[in-house]
Design a protein around this ligand. Structure first.
Ligand SMILES: [Zn+2]
Length: 414
C-alpha cells in the first residue's frame, strides 16, 4: 500500500480520455481520489506539491471495466484449477486472489455476473473498499439463480431455489438484504452445458415480473444470462439492467433492446466463446459439442453486435473469465476479439471498456474518463492501445496502475 498522499502529476503522456478520440499529448494532475486538471498539447498543469511522473510518451487512459466478471470462478492466469469446485475456505482465498489479479491486469472495475457463494463477493467487496485487500471496484452479486434442475454446475441450487413468483421475490429480497448490488438470473439455459438449452426459457413471465418488482422495491439491479430471444424479451420487459449474450435475439427483441437503450447494457461475452473454439483439451475431456455450439454463437454475434451498435445499444466487452480454459486475468483479450470479430476499432472498444464501463458501474458522471472531477482510476501504458489493443494483454506493459488516486502499481515497480 502506497502511503504517499501528495498530488500526482503525469507529464509527457498521450491521453486516451475514454471518449473514443485518439490519444492526444498532455498532462494530468491527480489530487486525492480525483483528477484535478487535464492539460492538452503545450498547456501545463500545476506542479504544486506534486510527485511528478515523467511518462516518457506512454499512453495514460482510464482503468478498464470487466462487464461479465466471475471472481469466484476459480481459474486464473496464475493458478490453473481443474473444474469449478473448491472448498469454501479455498474459494474465499481464490476469489480474493482473482480480485487482485484483475487489478494487476488493468481492470479497476468489475461488474459481477454471479458467484459460487451466496455472500462471498459482498464480503470481499467490503475488504476491497476498506483498503484491506487489493481489487477492482466491484458490483457484487450473490449466487447465479436458475430453477431447480439436475445439472452438475448448479450454483443456483440453494434452499430458496423454488418456483413461482413468491420464490422469486424471496430470492431477490434475500440477495438485497445481505448486500448484493446485482442479482443474476439464468433466463435461458446454456447449450455449452446442455445441448439445445440456450433456446429454452427457464422462467415464466409471472416469475420474472415478480423479480422485477422486488428488485425495484429492494433497490438492486437485475442481470440476466439470455441466449433465447424470448429470454431477452423477458429481461427487457421487466427492467433487467444488464443482459449477457442475447445470441438469438429476433427482430422484436432487437426493437425492445433499442427502446431500452438508455437504461440497459448488453455484454455479448465472446471471450468464453473464442476460448472454447481455441481450447485443446486432454483426450478424456470431450468438448466437441461445446465447440460446435461456440461456432454457431460466434457467427451470430458477428452479425448481432454491429446491429445492436447501429441501434445505439450500449455494448461492453467482458467474457466470462474464470474457467480453466478461459482464466481470470486474461480479460483484456476480449478487446482484441472485438476488433477481430465485431467490427470495432481499438479506440472504439477502449471507449466501451472505459467510458461505458463507468456507466455500467452506475458512476458514469465520475468514472471511466480522464476528465477533471472524475475518479483517478488510471493506467499508464507502454505502447499505444489505440494502435494495437493487444498491448493491454501484457501486464508488464502497464507501467502504472492507479485506483482512487492511489498507485496499486507505482511507476518503476515491477
Ligand atoms: Zn457468466
Amino acid at each position: 500500500m502506497n502511503s504517499d498522499t501528495r498530488p500526482v502529476v503525469f507529464t509527457n503522456v498521450r491521453i486516451f480520455d475514454g471518449s473514443g478520440e485518439l490519444p492526444f499529448p498532455g498532462e494530468v494532475r491527480v489530487e486525492g481520489q480525483r483528477i484535478a486538471q487535464v492539460a492538452r498539447g503545450t498547456e501545463r498543469v500545476s506542479r504544486d506539491g506534486a510527485r511528478v511522473v515523467e511518462g516518457g510518451g506512454a499512453v495514460l487512459m482510464p482503468g478498464m471495466t470487466e462487464a461479465h466478471a466471475h471472481l469466484t470462478w476459480p481459474s486464473s492466469v496464475e493458478k490453473f484449477v481443474p473444474g469449478m469446485y473448491l472448498p469454501p475456505e479455498e474459494l474465499a482465498l481464490t476469489a480474493a486472489r482473482n480480485a487482485r489479479i484483475l487489478l494487476d491486469h488493468g481492470f479497476t472495475s468489475a461488474y459481477s455476473a454471479g458467484a459460487l457463494s451466496k455472500t462471498l463477493e459482498i464480503k470481499l467487496n467490503e475488504h476491497i473498499v476498506s483498503g484491506g485487500l487489493p481489487g477492482p471496484r466491484l458490483i457484487p452479486s450473490s449466487v447465479e439463480r436458475e430453477p431447480p434442475n439436475e445439472s452438475e454446475l448448479d450454483p443456483g441450487k440453494v434452499a430458496d431455489s423454488v418456483r413461482g413468483p413468491d420464490g422469486m421475490r424471496a430470492f431477490v429480497k434475500g440477495c438485497a438484504d445481505i448486500g448484493a448490488k446485482a442479482v443474476k438470473f439464468l433466463l435461458s439455459g446454456e447449450s455449452a452445458l446442455k445441448p439445445g438449452a440456450s433456446h429454452e426459457v427457464l422462467y415464466t413471465e409471472d416469475e420474472i415480473r415478480a423479480a422485477g418488482e422486488q428488485a425495484r422495491e429492494s433497490d438492486v439491479w437485475l442481470t440476466g444470462h439470455a441466449h433465447a430471444s424470448d429470454a431477452v424479451k423477458l429481461g427487457v420487459r421487466h427492467g433487467f439492467r444488464v443482459l449477457y449474450h442475447c445470441t438469438y435475439a429476433d427482430e422484436e427483441a432487437l426493437d425492445l433492446l433499442e427502446q431500452a437503450r438508455d437504461r440497459i447494457f448488453v455484454a455479448p461475452s465472446i471471450g468464453i466463446v473464442q476460448a472454447t473454439l481455441d481450447a485443446n483439451p486432454p483426450p478424456h475431456i470431450d468438448m466437441r459439442h461445446m465447440k460446435e455450439d461456440a461456432a454457431i454463437v460466434m457467427e451470430r454475434q458477428r452479425g448481432l453486435v454491429p446491429e445492436l451498435r447501429r441501434r445505439g445499444v450500449k455494448l461492453l466487452p467482458g467474457g466470462d473469465y474464470g474457467f480453466p480454459f478461459n482464466p481470470n486475468g486474461r480479460n483484456a483479450w476480449d478487446l482484441e476479439l472485438w476488433v477481430r470479430h465485431l467490427g470495432y476499432t481499438p479506440a472504439q472498444v477502449l471507449h466501451a471498456a472505459t467510458q461505458l464501463g463507468g456507466e455500467i458501474m452506475g458512476m458514469g458522471d465520475e468514472l471511466g474518463q480522464v476528465r477533471p472531477g472524475f475518479l483517478a482510476d488510471l493506467l499508464l501504458v507502454d505502447g499505444d492501445p489505440c494502435a494495437d489493443v493487444r498491448v493491454l494483454q501484457d501486464k508488464n506493459r502497464l507501467k502504472a496502475i492507479m485506483k482512487d488516486g492511489r498507485f496499486h502499481k507505482a511507476p518503476g515497480a515491477q
